[in-house]
Write a protein that binds this ligand. Structure first.
Ligand SMILES: Cc1cc2nc3c(=O)[nH]c(=O)nc-3n(C[C@H](O)[C@H](O)[C@H](O)COP(=O)(O)OP(=O)(O)OC[C@H]3O[C@@H](n4cnc5c(N)ncnc54)[C@H](O)[C@@H]3O)c2cc1C
Ligand code: SF4
Length: 306
């Protein structure tokens, strides 16, 4: 059993009290805690103050936007999002993405906001402290070399959050609140190709809402993984569009989502294959993952059925 580091905990009931609390040094937001708490046990993060969002009622609200789209509170669980009638009717790809995360029990705890802000992952990073120390750490945490690409210049940990490719495809935006400002950022611009610092967000910002534009038709979410539960993706594919103009967003292969487009399934599959160079994982060779980018992209576009 891995012990927690020592930390204090507050559970404010309003957004203003929460942003005031996360402005303190060493503070970090905890929502469902399904990723942060194991990561703290692994000493990947050692916040001295956890600011829980669980008691902020407004973060579980849902509303309609003027453009016919809608917004979802960041504190809604993935299960709650997947059961909303309007999400089921208008954003089926998002429902599939929420339902593909981990297991039903984790979906009942994990929040949409926590999924959007999931840290990048790597087999040399998501390990207990002693395991990592035996290798001397790595660039992302406590070391100076990347074990995945020792001759590379950066960190290649992957953005493996299931909802992210679909949210990018949909053109979703997030609302970020701090004591200084409220700003709206397209989800597509939230990530950068840097496994160490993958999210363009200030440490004192609270993600309050996810805005979805008016639905532009069917979207498909596909997830390639060893088992149909628990496992993180080896590849995520979100597809949308219609004959002559398809768009696909790939996840879990690089540190940020990758967008490609084409006129038909074959063209998009080829563009996807050219756009990414997946690395080997504990369970699969890089060459197989690369082939599967083409296969899964074609399947996703064909599943749109137009
Ligand atoms: C066994 C297991 C399997 C898993 N499989 C998958 C999987 O297949 N796919 C997948 O996507 N995820 C998976 N996860 C990870 C995790 O469960 C989900 O990503 C989940 O959606 C995270 O949400 P959370 O509310 O628990 O986030 P938390 O763990 O509470 O937080 C995650 C991060 O987001 C930050 N954060 C959360 N909410 C906010 C906010 N409102 N404002 C600012 N910062 C915030 C936290 O500070 C932290 O850095 C798995 C986890 C486990 C334990
Ligand atoms: S890819 Fe990043 S997390 Fe993985 S070993 Fe290299 S530096 Fe560490």
């Amino acid at each position: 059993m891995l012990p927690f580091p020592v930390f204090a905990h507050v559970a404010p009931t309003s957004v203003s009290a929460a942003v005031a609390a996360i402005a303190s040094p060493g503070a970090r937001v905890v929502a469902g805690g399904t990723d942060l708490l194991p990561s703290m046990k692994h000493r990947l993060f050692e916040p001295t103050l956890l600011v829980s969002t669980r008691r902020i009622a407004g973060l579980r609200d849902v509303g309609r936007a003027d453009d016919g789209g809608m917004w979802l509170g960041s504190g809604l669980t993935l299960r709650e999002v997947s059961r909303l009638p309007e999400v089921k009717a208008e954003y089926p790809g998002l429902v599939a993405a929420c339902r593909s995360v981990a297991t039903p029990t984790i979906q009942a705890m994990a929040t949409l906001g926590g999924n959007v802000l999931l840290d990048t992952r790597c087999m040399y990073y998501n390990q207990p402290q002693g395991w990592r120390e035996a290798l001397g750490g790595c660039l992302k945490k406590d070391g100076s070399v990347c074990h995945v690409a020792p001759r590379g210049r950066g960190c290649y940990a992957t953005c493996s959050a299931d909802t992210v490719p679909t949210l990018v495809l949909l053109g979703a935006e997030v609302e970020l609140v701090s004591t200084r400002a409220v700003r709206r950022v397209p989800v597509a611009e939230l990530y950068r190709e840097d496994g160490i610092a993958p999210i363009r967000m200030e440490p004192d910002e609270l993600l309050t809402r996810v805005w979805l534009p008016r639905s532009a038709g069917a979207t498909v979410h596909r997830k390639l993984r060893p088992r149909q539960a628990i496992d993180y993706a080896q590849l995520l594919v979100a597809a949308g569009g219609q004959k002559g103009a398809y768009t696909v967003v790939l996840g879990a292969v690089t540190s940020s989502p990758v967008r490609v487009s084409g006129a038909d399934a074959e063209a998009v599959a080829e563009a996807a294959w050219r756009a990414v160079q997946p690395l080997a994982t504990q369970l699969s060779a890089a060459t197989w993952r690369k082939k599967m980018v083409r296969v899964e992209t074609r399947r996703a576009v064909e599943a749109l059925g137009s």
